[in-house]
Design a binder for this molecule. Structure first.
Ligand code: AMP
Ligand code: GLY
Length: 422
């Protein structure tokens, strides 16, 4: 069978890498892919991004299934379009993707269905937003309503920062339409975890837990990024916590969507904040896998992902039992100079070693230019190390990291540190 993976990041490289391991796979296409998917002999890059053209390509090549990585094509209706043309695709419809594409939609949804989340209000008026901040005080969190590639959230520790964020988003239109409305919400303290499930419209299949590292620098300092590293499993999600998140957040979300007339299919990612008392709240929903969470999660998945995907599009996920590598996987992101504000492109990447049973390097912002690998984006690579403990997995990952070089390379040296505390 032939499969198409849509996207170009580390998440898509990891999904394609895992799909290609299946004995039932004839070919895995990645659109548009990156330098890593270009170099993998089992994968084929397809330079198409227009959704109609992609559907035509899928028809012409008799591709049996499409898996969508990023939020933009999902919010753009790729699933609606493919289904209308009779093509099998795993992901949420445009309507279901609103859980991610509109923070206001997600917050109102959670309030309506009693799903625990931070208290909030939505604004399009600058003066009212400023008044709300003055009335509530700092710390406080300002979020652009629409998709902003992980950059539309300001966790303001001071009133001044909060007011500036409002001016940036609402008055100066920094995020265009995405910031024409903003959500202002209560600051939640605690530890974050990424809780990702697959949903086929009826059945819910949880994946292994993970934890992302959003800040650029060690000790969770510096600006927010798309994610500088992730590890799986996340010890904060104990079996009791897992049961509670399913009961209080995941099940009511899928049921609530159905009640509102929207069947949810695809990956559902709840970004959790777990407070000191152990209460989980939802910070955000994504309607896709996380990046970089996918890289350690896929590195641990033992079950044939093609079979899982087929069950997912046929509504039979209840027949699947996922098997996981018992080891911990730690994924360290190597980012370009200037990331996250203004990543510098063009540096030549050297020293990526071959995959071993203990480590694998996934590509993101890379391209193969005449046999040389070049930096083309902010997050460049994600090195995953596997080991019987977080410490050993870290050691495996950083041994590989230390062999790789490019001008201005940035990475955190502490991925997994919260896990070590548990
Ligand atoms: P989001 O895109 O909504 O997940 O926000 C990005 C990051 O901002 C999250 O991963 C958190 O680290 C932080 N964040 C978002 N909302 C809150 C909140 N209400 N309280 C504290 N931190 C938050
Ligand atoms: N790593 C966070 C995200 O994918 O949104």
């Amino acid at each position: 069978m032939k499969i198409l993976v849509v996207g170009s990041g580390g998440r898509e490289h990891a999904l394609a890498w895992k799909l290609a391991q299946s004995e039932r796979i004839q070919m895995v296409y990645v659109a548009p892919g990156n330098g890593g998917t270009a170099r993998d002999p089992r994968l084929v890059n397809v330079n198409i991004t227009d959704l109609h053209e992609l559907a035509t390509f899928v028809e012409q090549e008799h591709i049996g299934l499409t898996v969508v990585g990023p939020e933009t094509p999902l919010a753009g209706g790729i699933v609606n379009l493919f289904r209308a043309r009779g093509l099998k695709v795993f992901g949420p419809t445009k309507e279901a993707a609103q859980l991610e594409s509109s923070k206001d939609f997600a917050k109102a949804f959670m309030q309506r269905h009693g799903i625990p989340t931070a208290k909030y209000q939505t604004f399009s008026d600058v003066a009212q937003a400023h008044a709300y901040i003055d009335a509530n005080g700092a710390p406080i969190v300002i979020k652009a309503d629409g998709l902003a590639a992980g950059k539309g959230v300001v966790v303001a520790m001071s009133l001044e920062e909060a007011h500036r964020a409002v001016d940036d988003m609402l008055a100066d239109n920094r995020f265009g339409d995405a910031g024409a409305r903003i959500v202002i919400e209560e600051f939640l303290a605690g530890e974050e975890a990424s809780f990702i499930v697959m949903c086929d419209g009826k059945n819910i299949l949880p994946l292994a837990t993970s934890q992302d590292h959003k800040r650029l620098k060690d000790n969770d300092e510096g600006p927010n990024t798309g994610g500088m590293g992730a590890y799986s499993p996340a010890p904060i999600v104990t079996p009791a916590m897992h049961a509670r998140v399913m009961r209080e957040i995941i099940n009511p979300t899928i049921a609530g969507m159905a009640k509102d007339g929207i069947v949810f299919t695809g990956f559902l990612y709840a970004g959790l904040m777990i407070d000191a008392q152990g209460n989980p709240r939802t910070l955000e929903f994504n309607c896709r896998m996380g990046d970089p969470e996918t890289q350690p999660i896929m590195s641990r998945l033992k079950t044939d992902l093609v079979a899982v995907m087929e069950h997912a599009v046929h509504g039979t996920l209840d027949q699947v039992e996922l098997e996981w590598d018992r080891r911990t996987a730690v994924g360290v992101v190597l980012a370009a100079a200037g990331y996250p504000d203004a990543p510098l492109k063009g540096a030549v990447i050297d020293g990526i070693p071959a995959e071993t049973p203990e480590s694998v390097t996934f590509h993101a912002g890379t391209a193969d230019v005449g046999g040389h690998l070049q930096v083309t984006g902010g997050r460049v690579l994600c090195v995953v190390g596997l080991g019987d403990s977080i410490k050993i997995a870290q050691k495996q990952a950083y041994e590989v990291v230390d062999q790789i070089s490019f001008d201005g390379m940035q990475c955190r040296r502490d991925i997994g540190w919260r896990g070590l505390k548990h």
